[in-house]
Design a binder for this molecule. Structure first.
Ligand SMILES: NC(=O)c1ccc[n+]([C@@H]2O[C@H](COP(=O)([O-])OP(=O)(O)OC[C@H]3O[C@@H](n4cnc5c(N)ncnc54)[C@H](O)[C@@H]3O)[C@@H](O)[C@H]2O)c1
Length: 460
């Protein structure tokens, strides 16, 4: 990537570019959670000096003692960078003053009424503007509606009287981290960058090139385009998942095995991408982000009907799982009330510890609401709390229940009226589990490889 004349002619931008080139730019990551921590760790491992700034004192203390609180980052990656002085965490906002690069990786949830809650971005931006200095590059990574960087972040930073693209630099670059995904990490996933000015885009592209390589940095014309890219990616998933959920309902009625259909359709080498049935959508992206676009669209008198329809369909799935389980038990002469159900998995996707908005929790809660005797196991989640009102979830239970993950023994499996696969963690030996189960309800297709057990298996 050759440096443009626009940068060479701007002393401040040129100085920052030299620091980026020589790995001497000081980085601060505002919000070191699922997104911010991996980002900070990658830059620290690439010999940049990185500080993780977070308002959570627990997180900061843990990180400074070399302990990771995020499943995707092992503690043995934190310790060496803390020991070498390349990474440390802080709750002191004054540290922002000494940084050259500031990443914003704070949460963007929605309110109870499913409107965007960008208060974390607003607070983080206010904090940064208090310490803004010429020569700093600010990169917003939090997922948000198109227009946030231009309409919310920039006006707040401009308050200091500095000029974007000349004195300071502002970009949006959506995070694409996929917790639990061992194949695609920050290091090999292309990074989209959209700056307020061409100079900002170029500086930010150069920075990310250190992590992903120059050929994997995708420059777009504005932060608004980059914001929309992220929402397109997640809305695309939400809508396609909803289509598969709708076909799950239909294929069940028609007696067609949808899993077989999807596998056969996947042999088409172009124009098809498989999505699979599951107990629902979860996490902080797919159930949340499309609402950001839906909300923003209304400002333009536009109703994004696909988004609404997808959200509604996706929300129905946990109830459908309950309905199917009820029928399976009923056929065996067992009522849901009092049925011993062993639920396997509590997270929203396999091989990670993230149980936020998890449809597995919703299914367990629905079963408890119908007085089933539920035990759960998840190697990644030692404890769950159900029935709690959060901004994201309206509970069905009128009281809270805390459950602890129970050790998975043969006795436990054999004693259950129904073993329920909610998450396909690789840690589980499905052949052995299904073999020991009396009845097995499979929401993830883990039983498909074991035709010998088909008489006791019900597939979503
Ligand atoms: N988790 C994912 O898989 C994922 C993937 C892609 C994008 N995203 C997006 O990335 C953003 C961050 O998500 P996350 O999952 O990392 O959230 P998280 O809750 O794991 O981490 C956010 C961190 O920010 C801290 N924080 C909040 N306000 C702060 C402030 N004013 N100053 C400093 N620190 C503050 C919190 O204490 C927390 O440690 C969200 O917009 C999310 O939608 C998440």
């Amino acid at each position: 990537m050759e440096t443009s004349t626009a940068i060479l002619e701007n002393k401040i931008a040129k100085g920052l570019m030299e620091k980026i080139d020589s790995h001497t730019a000081k980085i601060i990551v505002v919000g070191v959670g699922y997104v911010g921590l991996p980002l900070g760790v990658h830059f620290a491992e690439d010999s940049f000096d990185v500080i993780g700034y977070d308002v959570n004192t627990d997180t900061v203390e843990k990180l400074n003692s070399g302990i990771s609180h995020i499943g995707d980052i092992e503690s043995d990656r934190i310790k060496p960078i803390v020991d070498s002085g390349k990474f440390r965490a802080t709750t002191d906002e004054n540290e922002i003053e000494n940084a050259d690069i500031i990443f914003i990786c704070v949460p963007t949830p929605f309110t109870r009424n499913k409107t965007p809650d960008i208060s974390y971005i607003e607070r983080a931006t206010e904090t940064i503007s208090r310490h803004l200095k010429p020569g700093q590059l600010i990169v917003l990574e939090s997922t948000t509606y198109p227009g946030t960087t231009v309409e919310v972040v920039k006006p707040s930073l401009d308050g200091k009287g500095f000029v974007e693209g000349k004195d300071y630099f502002l970009t949006f670059s959506p995070e694409r981290v996929d917790p639990g995904n061992k194949t695609f990490t920050i290091a090999n996933t292309p990074k989209v960058v959209g700056g307020m000015s061409p100079v900002s885009t170029e500086l930010c592209a150069k920075l990310y090139a250190h992590i992903v390589g120059e050929d994997k940095v995708v420059q777009v014309s504005s932060p608004t385009v980059a914001e929309m890219v992220k929402l397109l990616e997640n809305t695309f998933r939400a809508v396609n998942i909803a289509l598969i959920f709708e076909l799950t309902f239909l294929c069940h009625r028609m007696g067609i095995n949808l899993w077989e259909v999807i596998d056969a359709a996947s042999t088409k080498p172009f124009g098809f991408m498989p999505f699979y049935p599951s107990p629902g959508v979860g996490g902080h992206c797919i159930p949340v982000d499309p609402y950001y676009l839906y909300w923003k669209g209304r400002e333009y008198d536009f109703h994004t009907r696909f988004i609404e329809l997808a959200a509604e369909t996706n929300l129905r799935m946990p109830d459908w799982v309950l309905q199917r389980i009820t029928r399976v038990l009923n056929r065996g002469g067992v009522a849901v009330n009092g049925a011993k159900i062993l639920a396997l998995g509590a997270t929203f996707k396999p091989n990670c510890d993230d149980a936020r908005n998890s449809p597995a929790l919703r299914v367990i809660e629905l079963l408890l609401h119908h007085d089933a005797d539920v035990t759960y196991n998840d190697p990644y989640v030692p404890k769950i709390e159900l029935g709690k009102r959060t901004e994201d979830v309206a509970p069905v239970l009128d009281h809270t229940i805390a459950l602890e993950s129970t050790a998975l023994t043969d006795e436990l499996i054999e004693g259950a009226d129904l073993v329920l696969c909610l998450v396909n963690h690789d840690d589980y030996d499905w052949k052995q589990i299904i073999g020991k189960s009396r009845k097995f309800f499979d929401t993830r297709g883990v039983s498909l490889a074991f035709a010998e057990y088909k008489d006791k298996v019900s597939l979503l």
